[in-house]
Design a protein around this ligand. Structure first.
Ligand SMILES: [Zn+2]
Length: 475
């Protein structure tokens, strides 16, 4: 009797306290959905891209509801004076780490190495990236996307393309006949994917069947140019081959790496409406690792990479570039790096839409941070700062079919925004001067970003002896 009374008392005290906490929490949530950014310079990244100076932007319930309109009472104010507001950035070629089963699979056995989704996604958010396109998507990525959608994790929008390959060596789905190719596409559609990634060893007829079936099913196709197209590159440009996944695909089909070759490829792509994902930074990192592991091991951003991955990158025997290096390989990669600049210029001059993608997940290519390297390389390759920004904002949204929702700073769009200290149109390096990020209407301050990154670095540091690549089968 006495005991139950005490319990009752404790419960009632607790519930009283909880209801107070709840109401203040609710107020906080309500307050946090309504923001006003004052005196900010907007770079809208619409096609005409007229800069709106000293503007007032109101965000409510995840969306931009007014630009230079009235400000509702109770909005949280963000001082935008002297700052620049751009759309959230997109990385159009990533490979995000997910929980993985490295062991032989057995019924009921799950992953044996786990990646905290917030840790994976913090790098994108910290770098102003509010949409990513994963080109090696698996069922685990739906799990990550759901964690973000439910609000448990602050992360970007995720577009997912599963890979279909031919031959018998690669990972992902496999198809060596047109019928199997079509079935692989239909399965992917049934599983909820919106895109298909075509890979290196698809034979000519299977590749064509995949592209055709994907179009019938309403899925867009991004891909490599498969090896069997050697000597007949023109044939790969079938209707609805929507995008080539990196510049290297063209480089590998160019014997002499000339400007004329670059212009010829651009003409083919333009005629077929096949876009290009830049992916310039990857090849530079490959070139670096073929020479030595010094640059990769000295990178200030290494601390954000999960220890099992970093161990693989930094170990000379497991680094998948360093362990097969040769003077010939180095010279070969150098010709690619040089040709990529010609390629970007030729494609841009020809009016082929180019989007920014890094292939993050490849060793050395650090998620998030690498997109800013990519943007610099695009400007180095002769694109204007405005074209380069479009390649990471409006154009990816258009290709992904989400341009009514995101990609520009306009009333009615979701608040995926980056507030910068400096103008990126003056110098593309200024995309790094991040003051804060809105992702789907959630305001992530510079201070919050600092905390997210330092927590991640701390976890990685504390666990670095626990995770070794060579032990991945044993965990
Ligand atoms: Zn890739």
């Amino acid at each position: 009797m006495k005991k139950s009374l005490i319990i009752l008392l404790v419960v009632s005290l607790f519930s009283c306290k909880e209801s107070k906490a709840n109401s203040s929490q609710k107020e906080e949530i309500k307050e946090q959905s309504l923001f006003v950014i004052k005196n900010v310079n907007i770079i809208p990244m619409t096609i005409d891209n007229t800069i709106i100076e000293n503007a007032t932007v109101v965000i409510d319930n995840k969306k931009i509801i007014a630009i230079n309109g009235s400000v509702p009472a109770g909005a949280k104010t963000i001082n935008g004076k002297g700052k620049w507001l751009i759309p959230g950035l997109t990385d159009m070629h990533v490979h995000t780490d997910t929980n993985t089963n490295f062991r032989d699979s057995k019924p009921t056995r799950g992953a044996n190495v786990f990646f905290d989704t917030q840790g994976v996604m913090s790098l994108y958010i910290a770098n102003g990236i509010t949409t990513i396109f994963d080109l090696g998507a698996r069922v685990e990525h739906f799990g990550q996307r759901n964690e973000i959608a439910s609000g448990k994790v602050i992360g970007p929008r995720m577009a997912l393309a599963p890979q279909i390959d031919g031959g018998n060596q690669s990972w992902g789905r496999r198809a060596n006949t047109p019928n199997d190719g079509r079935q692989a596409v239909r399965s992917a559609k049934a599983e909820g994917y919106n895109f298909i990634k075509a890979y290196n060893f698809l034979n000519v007829e299977t590749f064509k069947a995949i592209v055709d079936e994907a179009n019938k099913q309403g899925l867009k196709v991004v891909g490599h140019i498969p090896e069997p197209f050697r000597g007949k590159l023109e044939e790969v440009f079938v209707p609805h081959f929507d995008m080539v996944a990196h510049s290297e695909e063209y480089a590998k089909f160019s014997k002499n790496k000339t400007t004329e070759d670059a212009q010829y490829f651009a003409k083919l792509a333009k005629k077929n409406k096949t876009w290009l994902t830049s992916s310039l930074t990857t090849m530079i990192w490959i070139g670096s690792q073929l020479r030595s592991l010094d640059e990769i091991s000295n990178s200030e951003y290494n601390k954000y990479i999960h220890p099992i991955i970093l161990d693989r990158w930094l170990n000379p025997t497991t680094n998948s570039y360093y362990n097969r290096t040769s003077p010939e390989f180095i010279a070969h990669i150098d010709t690619f790096i040089d040709f990529h600049k010609k390629l970007i210029k030729a494609f841009n001059d020809a009016g082929v839409p180019i989007v920014a993608g890094t292939d993050s997940g490849v060793s050395g290519v650090i998620p998030g941070f690498s997109l800013h390297d990519e943007l610099e390389l695009m400007v180095d390759a002769s694109m204007t700062t405005e074209e380069t920004l479009a390649a990471a904002t409006r154009l990816p949204a258009e290709w992904l079919g989400i341009d009514k929702e995101v990609g520009t700073v306009e009333v009615g769009k979701y608040a995926d925004l980056v507030l910068l200290d400096k103008n990126p149109l003056e110098d593309i390096k200024n995309t790094r001067t991040i003051h804060g990020v809105f992702v789907n209407g959630t305001w992530v301050t510079k201070e919050k970003i600092k905390i997210m990154l330092s927590e991640l670095a701390q976890y990685n540091e504390e666990n670095k002896d626990k995770f070794k690549w060579e032990n991945r089968w044993k965990y």
